[in-house]
Design a protein around this ligand. Sequence first.
Ligand SMILES: *Cc1c(COP(=O)(O)O)cnc(C)c1O
Length: 423
Amino acid sequence: MHDPPNYWYNIVPDLPRPLPPPRDPEDDYIFSRIEILPKLFPSELLDQEFTAERYVQIPAEVLDSYRRIGRPTPLARAVRLERFLDTPAKIYFKREDLSPAGSHKVNTALAQAYYAKKENIQMLTTETSAGQWGSALAYACAMFNIKCLVFMTRSSYLQKPYRKTLMKLYGAEVLPSPSDCTDVGRNLLKERPEHPGSLGIAISEAVETCMKNEGVKYAIGSVMNFVLLHQTVIGLETMKQLEEIGEKPDIMVGCVGGGSNFAGFIFPFVGKRLRDGEFKDTRFIGVESKASPKMTEGKYVYEHGDTAGYLPMLKMYTVGRNYVPPPIHAAGLRYHAVAPTLSLLIREGLIETAAYTQEEVLDAARTFARVEGIIPAPETSHAIKQVIIEAQQCRRRNLQKTIVFCFSGHGLLDLSIFEEHTE
Ligand SMILES: *Cc1c(COP(=O)(O)O)cnc(C)c1O
């Protein structure tokens, strides 16, 4: 396979039921969350958010930027893991860890930076905790020559210096949040000068910056339809790569924070199943952290897309935006809800879910590192845990299944976790 696809796939027109529309909260009338969307996002991204078109063309400049990060990314086979588990199953993984910032998040960051640039926006702003999203956006803004301002929760800013350095290397401005650059931040700092911050506060600061300044827009790393749309480049490539080697996936696995890498990976397959029955026996399994169990224990209700409550309410599986997960290292899986399209498909019984504890996934990560030689991100390790369980099942029942998973990112900037937990 020599070239990435030249379109993204939108699952909305193929869903078994119409997607419940975004909604404003009923209990307060301070401002309409739906009406502020054009202040927050470039207009082409909003068009993509609500489009009913099945295919959206990838602009030539974005395609070029995809080639630059090594797309199409390899679909590798974990032969050594298969042997180690002594399983008849075949295990393949899609390498999203090979991008410059180390995860799938650049796939949407590049698209968001491109549309911002095209609409003459001077700066994108966002929030980040561990820094994976912030570093993907900083990279993308550097590639499209646009300024980037990242509000990073103060606790991470102090404890995770490497991703902060990475963002700065790419030319982004990184402020510990709460900062003294916004009203929200200043008020909090007055009460508590060393406030550790939270994602909700960091989002509030990014949104305030965007509302008060012309030429500044907000970028988001997961959950919105347009983010999932951009991530389908993963699944479209995977489908073609499997075809080329004559394989059909029996089981597809991915980890779920807001759902963007997993949805991007499986939606092209799910869409074919919904349209013409292909892949009807394929099992799709989304894996979350037991620390934020929205799919396995959450409710399917309307909730804000962000912890601060600035974004419209969407119908999603959620543990509630005020839920505070225990501190876990897989920061990317702390998110309180799962994207609306993915939630609907879970509700309809098309997608299976599973949840694991930190200890369970770090064990799986250690096995993968030793056997395959690649260090997975803690988020990715949740998918690996599920893959190992499925492969062991195949061994017991002597089934030659094809298991494919999304390797969403590497863990080379998360080594401290392994230090704490490696004997
Ligand atoms: C952010 C992140 C995730 C979780 O986000 P999704 O939107 O669910 O994909 C998973 N893996 C890695 C490596 C991440 O950086």
